[in-house]
Design a binder for this molecule. Structure first.
Ligand SMILES: C[C@@](CO)(OP(=O)(O)O)[C@H](O)COP(=O)(O)OP(=O)(O)OC[C@H]1O[C@@H](n2ccc(N)nc2=O)[C@H](O)[C@@H]1O
Ligand SMILES: Nc1ncnc2c1ncn2[C@@H]1O[C@H](COP(=O)(O)OP(=O)(O)O)[C@@H](O)[C@H]1O
Length: 259
C-alpha cells in the first residue's frame, strides 16, 4: 500500500503586506505540526473515474485532492497519470479538523501531489509541482515543499525554508468554523487600510520560539485574528491567555509544556 502523511500547519505569525488581483499578499511563518496529520493511501482498485474515499462531507469536485489531480493532468497531460488512477483509488484518513486554520484541505492536496510525483515518476521539478499546487489553494505550495518551518510570502507561492526544528505544539480547535474567504473579506473591509509593514520588519529572521516568548498578543502576531473575531463573534468565548491564533482560524495553539 502506498501512503503519505499530510501534516497540519500553524502560522507562528501572519502579517498582511498588501492586496492585489483579488488576493492579500502575506508574510507568514508556517510551521509543520508533527503530531497532527491526515494520511492518504493509494489503494489498488479498478475505478471508472478518479475516486476519493474518506471525505464524505466534501463533494468530490470541491475536494482539494480532486482539484490537485485535475491541475496535474492539465499541466502535464501525462497519460500514465490517468492510467494509474483507473487502477488505484485515494483513501483519506482525516484527522485534521476542517475550517480550523490548520491547512487541512491544502495539506491533503500537497501530499497528493508529492506522492503522485513519486509513484508516477513524473518528470517535473518540485518548483513546478508547487506552482501547480498554487492553482489549487494559496497555502498548497508550502505543503508541496514539506519544510518543517518556512517563511511564506506573495499570495503563499513564495516558500523559503527557515532553519529551525519544529516546536512541540498544543492545539485547541473550538467548535467554531471560520471560513477563510469570509475572514479575508472582513480584513479587506476593516483592516487593510491600517497595515504597517515597518512594524514587523526582520520578523522573518527571528526563530519562532523567540517570537512566541517575546510577543504575547495573538492579534499582533496574526493580522487575521481581529478579522476572525469580527467574522465569527463566538470565537471570543474560546480565547485563552497565552494561546496564539493560526491562519484564518478557528484553532489556537501554544508551545507544549515540557513533558
Ligand atoms: C489563511 C491561510 C493562512 O495560511 O490558511 P488557512 O487559515 O486557510 O489554513 C491561507 O492564506 C489560506 O489559504 P487557502 O485556504 O488556500 O485559501 P484559498 O482557498 O486559496 O482562498 C480562499 C479565499 O481567501 C482569500 N484569500 C486567500 C489567500 C490569500 N493570500 N488572500 C486572500 O484574500 C481569497 O478571497 C480566496 O478566494
Ligand atoms: N481534502 C479536504 N479535507 C478537508 N477539507 C476540504 C478538503 N477538500 C476541500 N475541503 C474544503 O475546505 C474547507 C476548508 O477546510 P480546511 O482547508 O481544512 O480548513 P482551513 O482552510 O481553515 O485550513 C472545508 O470546509 C471543506 O469544505
Amino acid at each position: 500500500m502506498t501512503s503519505i502523511d499530510a501534516h497540519a500547519k500553524v502560522n507562528i505569525f501572519l502579517k498582511i503586506t498588501g492586496y492585489r488581483e483579488g488576493y492579500h499578499t502575506i508574510l507568514s511563518r508556517f510551521m509543520r505540526v508533527e503530531n497532527l496529520y491526515d494520511t492518504l493511501y493509494f489503494v489498488p482498485a479498478e475505478c471508472d473515474t478518479f475516486t476519493i474515499e474518506g471525505c464524505p462531507e466534501v463533494p468530490r469536485e470541491s475536494n482539494t485532492i480532486y482539484r490537485a489531480w485535475k491541475a496535474l493532468n492539465e499541466a502535464t497531460g501525462d497519460l500514465d497519470l490517468l492510467e494509474y488512477f483507473y487502477h488505484h483509488k485515494v483513501v483519506v484518513e482525516k484527522r485534521i479538523p476542517s475550517q480550523a486554520g490548520l491547512g487541512g484541505g491544502s495539506s491533503d492536496a500537497g501530499a497528493f501531489l508529492r506522492l503522485t510525483h513519486r509513484v508516477c515518476d513524473l518528470r517535473i521539478s518540485l518548483e513546478e509541482l508547487a506552482r501547480i499546487g498554487a492553482s489549487v489553494g494559496a497555502d498548497v505550495p508550502f505543503f508541496v515543499h514539506d519544510y518543517p518551518s518556512a517563511n511564506v510570502s506573495g499570495f503563499g507561492e513564495i516558500v523559503e525554508p527557515f532553519d529551525e526544528a519544529p516546536l512541540p505544539l498544543e492545539i485547541y480547535t473550538p467548535p467554531v468554523a471560520c471560513d477563510t474567504a469570509a475572514v479575508y473579506r472582513t480584513f479587506k473591509e476593516h483592516f487593510l487600510s491600517g497595515i504597517d509593514p515597518a512594524s514587523f520588519s526582520s520578523w522573518e529572521k527571528l526563530p519562532s520560539k523567540g517570537l512566541l516568548e517575546r510577543i504575547d498578543d495573538p492579534a499582533l502576531l496574526n493580522d487575521l485574528y481581529p478579522a476572525a473575531l469580527l467574522t465569527c463573534p463566538r470565537l471570543k468565548e474560546h480565547a485563552r491567555e497565552g494561546w496564539f491564533f493560526s491562519g484564518s482560524g478557528s484553532s489556537f495553539f501554544r508551545l507544549a509544556k515540557k513533558s
